[in-house]
Write a protein that binds this ligand. Structure first.
Ligand code: ADP
Ligand code: 5GP
Length: 189
């Protein structure tokens, strides 16, 4: 199998991308997560160099000026996230398939960049109400951050048709099985 492939996950915050990616990583030894850089602070349980490269806003801007990003977005006001070019070579040199967790705009940009080398997957929550419940029950965001994320999600949900596949994340096990099916098809072609 040619492992120089990539799988892009995008969805509104709280849809379950991280949960699904963590489950898939247990099944696919060939997967390696593209660690994004971000200027937000780590949440409890997050580790620098594992979940993200946590850097200051100034450091982020310095790296932008240095042309170190393949794509980047100010996803929320004052909080930037970006895919470092160095991640692509690092992961492909390891012989692994790159797995991205990026916002919807980033997902569309990366799909345009990678073309058929990548499959883009949109993770759809069963409803906005469930999305809100999940964001609250995760307990990682302030009220202000939750409303920023929900405000953005209505716009993001409309972008689902631009992705190669849409997975509805209602029951988690069903969503994982549905994702495995589309990934197996993509990796074997
Ligand atoms: P994202 O990475 O898209 O922001 P997360 O993976 O952090 O979303 O999921 C948000 C919250 O919803 C987490 O607390 C997670 O445990 C929970 N969750 C994810 N998928 C499901 C599901 N199918 N059913 C119920 N809760 C879920
Ligand atoms: P969170 O703060 O919940 O970890 O992530 C917030 C949003 O930023 C999510 O939609 C996530 O997919 C997105 N994100 C994470 N890394 C990147 C990246 O490198 N580029 C872009 N465009 N979005 C990212």
């Amino acid at each position: 199998m040619d492992n120089r492939k990539a799988i892009l996950f995008s969805a509104p915050s709280g849809s379950g991308k991280t949960t699904i990616i963590k489950e898939l990583s247990k099944r696919y030894d060939c997967f390696e997560f593209s660690i994004s850089a971000t200027s937000r602070s780590p949440r409890e349980g997050e580790t620098n160099g594992v979940d993200y490269y946590f850097i200051s806003h100034d450091e982020f801007k310095r790296r932008v000026a240095n042309d170190e990003f393949l794509e980047w977005e100010e996803v929320y006001q004052g909080i930037c996230y970006g895919t470092l070019k160095s991640e692509i070579e690092r992961i492909w040199n390891n012989g692994h398939v790159i797995v991205f967790d990026v916002d919807v705009k980033g997902g569309k940009n990366l799909k345009r960049y990678f073309g058929d080398t990548a499959m883009s997957i949109f993770v759809m929550p069963p409803s906005i109400e469930v999305l809100e419940q999940r964001l609250r029950s995760r307990g990682t965001e302030t009220e202000e951050a939750i409303s920023k994320r929900l405000g953005r999600s209505a716009i993001e949900l409309k972008e689902a048709p631009s992705f190669d596949e849409t997975i509805i994340n209602d029951d988690l096990q069903t969503a994982i099985e549905d994702t495995v099916k589309v990934i197996d098809k993509f990796l074997s072609c």
